[in-house]
Design a protein around this ligand. Sequence first.
Ligand code: GRF
Length: 185
Amino acid sequence: MVKKNTCVFISGKGTNLRNLILKSRDYNFPINIRLVITNNPSSMGINYAKINSIPFKIIKSNNRIFEHLIMNELNKYKIDLICLAGYMRIIPKKFFTLFRKKIINIHPSLLPKYKGLNTFSRVLHNKEKKTGCTVHFVNSKLDSGNKIIQKFFYIKPGDNETNLKYKTQKMEYLAFPEAIIRIFR
Ligand code: GRF
């Protein structure tokens, strides 16, 4: 199998990155992670790139030419797929015309509900019965591209933001790899 060259964009802990790195060791998993890009020099996720000898690049989004800096890196590693895994910056419209391949994102809610930030507090405030995560294609509107996969669970009495996040992330570690398999099937 010829694996797709993938770049993961992160800003924080990088636990989804860690999970994708583990999955990509499987011969049958359709991607290899060739590059990690972050806007945040203190992102803990950078350590997973270092430990696994994956090249990483810190590119701050206040840099006037940051789309071009990113494109240079993507071209250098012949990237076919971008996975946004907790990347806390909006992808500028211009970027979609520069990078014509697939870009996917993982979001901690059942889209189209609860786009944007603070999903868990809003879910609890609205007394939702269930929540979960969505993997979707990225377009120029926030958290709005076509869905690839969604996973949910029922909220229990006493659930709070911390354990909703924990349960959602456990689902993310299943959903992101499944979505990747689905798009390259
Ligand atoms: C995930 O929960 C994802 O849904 C959201 O950002 C979080 C990133 O977590 N977009 P991590 O950095 O992968 O641990």
